[in-house]
Design a protein around this ligand. Structure first.
Ligand SMILES: O=C(O)C(=O)C[C@H](O)[C@H](O)CO
Length: 315
């Protein structure tokens, strides 16, 4: 498995710090770090992947910033055009040797936290979620007209069209869990929040290209046994987000990678046992001294700490 970090699309000190820490795989995620663009044309992807590779960073996965929005999740006008663009991304990434694409099915509300300034070890800052606080905000308009069945129908429509293209392109899709993994957030239904839901997703199209992003913190919040669940999904795990939480889908705090309730060594052993050989990236790291918390979860110092910790576990 390849330890990877979300790195900006343009070089800066984070590229150097990653390489110096012995990380040579990059994840492109411009919704978290970058300008939010969702490139899919060959030439822009060529420029981007060449930039990473010329620096010694292998572009291991595209995530979040893929051409997939609520237009497709909610089956709005323009869905077929968006799916066509998503397919174009898959074909072009296949040509360029990028193997993994992570996407999610959270409509209306993206990944959600009620605090990104929760005090953690030594004055670091982490994020947390409290559904009692969250539900005081307004319900997204789409919640009035969307049911969980609609979301399933739309996901099926999407997968039936994109998985054959992914297979042909040699690209593996990894569906990210709903974060937090709840049946609804502010009244907006969510469907990808349990092991059973993933079993259903994987059956929609039975293909190695139709897999999951095993975002460990979300599975921890579901309350499942992590190593057992890794073994359950086995070779359908196409991407790993390595992190942990204390709590459940109603209320949790993100922990330091070395200080959460999950046995992280047992998790790494399970990935190894199932033969996982894709990208594994630390996710949602605490913000450390000197960092401005402008991109909570995605600052570099905590990521370097996590990468070092993961290297230790792998050894
Ligand atoms: O919520 C999480 O755990 C995430 O990693 C959020 C990411 O932005 C992910 O790409 C959502 O699709």
């Amino acid at each position: 498995m390849d330890i990877s970090l979300v790195l900006p699309p343009e070089p800066d000190d984070r590229w150097a710090l990653a390489r110096q820490a012995g990380v040579d795989h990059a994840v492109f995620h411009s919704l978290e770090i970058g300008d939010g663009t969702r490139p899919s044309r060959f030439d822009e992807l060529l420029a981007l992947t060449s930039r990473y590779r010329d620096y010694g960073l292998e572009p291991a996965a595209f995530e979040g910033s893929v051409p997939l929005t609520d237009t497709t999740r909610l089956a709005l006008d323009g869905r077929d055009e968006e799916i066509e663009e998503f397919c174009r991304l898959l074909r072009n990434l296949g040509e360029l040797g990028v193997d993994v694409v992570c996407y999610d099915w959270m409509a209306g509300i993206r990944w959600a936290r009620t605090s990104t300034t929760t005090p953690a070890r030594g004055g670091s800052l982490t994020s947390s979620y409290d559904d009692d606080l969250m539900r005081r905000g307004s319900t997204p308009a789409a919640a009035e007209t969307t049911t969980a069945d609609d979301l399933w129908k739309n996901l099926e429509y999407f997968l039936e069209r994109v998985v054959p293209v992914a297979e042909e392109a040699g690209v593996k899709l990894g569906l990210h869990p709903d974060d937090p993994p709840r049946e609804e957030v502010r009244g907006m239904p969510r469907i990808v929040g349990s092991v059973e839901a993933y079993d259903r997703v994987l059956e929609i199209v039975d293909s190695p290209s139709n897999g999951l992003t095993f975002c460990q913190g979300n599975f921890a919040a579901m309350g499942v046994d992590i190593p057992e669940t890794i073994r359950h999904f086995g070779d359908r795990i196409n991407f790993v987000h390595f992190r942990d939480v204390e709590g459940d889908g109603d209320s949790f705090v993100e922990t330091w990678h070395d200080d959460g309730p999950t046995d992280m060594q047992a998790a790494i052993d399970a990935y190894r046992d199932v033969g996982f050989d894709g990208p594994i990236r630390p996710d949602h790291v605490p913000t450390m001294e000197g960092e401005d918390n402008s991109i909570p979860g995605y600052h570099i110092t905590g990521k370097l700490f996590a990468a070092g910790y993961m290297k230790g576990l792998l050894e």
